[in-house]
Design a protein. Structure first.
Length: 381
């Protein structure tokens, strides 16, 4: 986990990081994971949000923050409120989580007395067509932030093809949250002799969307798999419910979710690449999805596609499951021949190196580096 522009160690030591302000419109699960890891390392993380708190969205997570602050309903309030929090909480730096990018861009352009680091969870202009206004905000965040965080090195390289990036960046995948690992005593579900797959995350019924998995699930159902789905939204999904062998479950907080899914046979780690818009192909290939690390947290082996290179490589190198070229390769006979006990043991034995808590020190050093090199107009020299 390298980062560039490294300062001398004695210089870095002077930039002690005590208080970090996380800002995000609707705090996501990556935000929560990083906050939990920083708290375990002794860093106080304060949260500024606009929409919903983690507790409201996920049913847990507020406890990882030293304080939580609503930035207000109106946009004109946000920068003023951020300035107040910087002073009141003695903030060392701001860590902005996208999407959207507008608030991050406004903070970057506001000449704040502390550095603003931009964490690009999603490269949205590679996912869908953005308006000129939103493209401008994305450009400002990538080109003018005091530091940048990307989920993989290749993902950063993809961004660099579009925007001019300086050397002050680090790479931090979504990783697993080690503090919520369930007991290893979770037994496989054996209500019958069938193979039970599980999918967690967003699904949709809209055509030509990568998260439209209806055809994939229908094919797996026809092959006699049982597919359990834990969607991220609390709503009905009649198109999925109509598929035989598909079992829809209610949305669960992450800590309860990983306990719930620990007993299934394989986690589904793929999207509908057959309908992927061409401009999304590279973004999907280099992604590091939260669901991957959540499966690992649960001790659950996965099945993925070779095309999702970053995750497929980890799966193959660590024997975390199976990577295949396409959905056609996921036959009942092939999956039945897997040694599930061995794969489950490999996940449990090797997952600790993918815990956020065990990978947080490079981020703290990056914070130190960014604060030390900051040339703002006030608090940091």
């Amino acid at each position: 986990m390298a980062f560039t522009n490294t300062k001398k160690e004695d210089t870095l030591a002077e930039a002690t990081i005590r208080n970090v302000l996380f800002v995000q419109v609707n705090p996501c699960i990556r935000n929560v994971k990083i906050a939990a890891a920083l708290k375990s390392a002794g860093v106080n993380v304060h949260l500024g949000y606009v929409g919903r708190t983690p507790q409201k969205t996920y049913g847990f997570g507020n406890d990882f923050y030293a304080s939580i602050h609503d930035l207000g309903k109106w946009k004109f309030q946000h920068i003023r409120r951020v300035r107040q929090l910087i002073d009141q909480l003695n903030i060392d730096l701001i860590h902005y989580h996208n999407f959207p990018d507008e608030l991050g861009a406004r903070m970057i352009l506001a000449n704040l007395p502390v550095p603003v680091i931009y964490d690009q969870h999603d490269f949205f202009s590679q996912k869908k067509k953005l308006s000129r206004r939103r493209l401008y905000f994305e450009k400002v965040c990538n080109e003018q932030a005091d530091g940048r965080i990307y989920i993989t090195e290749k993902y950063k390289n993809l961004v660099a093809q579009k925007y001019r990036l300086d050397g002050n960046y680090t790479v931090l995948p979504n990783y697993a949250l080690g503090s919520i690992v369930p007991p290893d005593t979770a037994a496989p579900r054996r209500e019958d002799d069938k193979i039970h797959l599980v999918y967690i995350g967003l699904i949709t019924r809209y055509p030509d969307r990568v998260r439209n998995l209806i055809d994939y699930f229908r094919l797996l159902s026809e092959r006699d798999f049982v597919i359990h789905v834990y969607p991220t939204r609390s709503k009905r999904y009649p198109d999925y419910e109509a598929i035989p062998n598909v079992v829809m479950h209610k949305q669960l907080p992450l800590d309860k979710l990983v306990r719930e899914i620990a007993g299934y046979d394989l986690g589904i780690l793929f999207l509908n690449k057959d309908v992927s818009e061409m401009y999304r192909v590279e973004e999907l290939r280099h992604g590091a999805w939260n669901k991957f690390f959540d499966y690992i947290t649960a001790g659950l082996p996965v099945v993925t596609f070779d095309e999702f290179e970053f995750m497929a490589r980890i799966v193959k190198e660590n024997q975390f499951g199976l990577s295949v070229p396409s959905i056609e390769e996921i036959t009942y006979r092939r999956i039945q021949e897997l040694d599930f006990n061995h794969l489950r043991e490999q996940v449990r034995k090797n997952r600790a190196k993918f815990f956020m808590e065990n990978n947080i020190e490079p981020l703290i050093r990056f914070y130190q580096q960014t604060v030390t090199g900051f040339k703002g107009d006030g608090k940091k020299a």
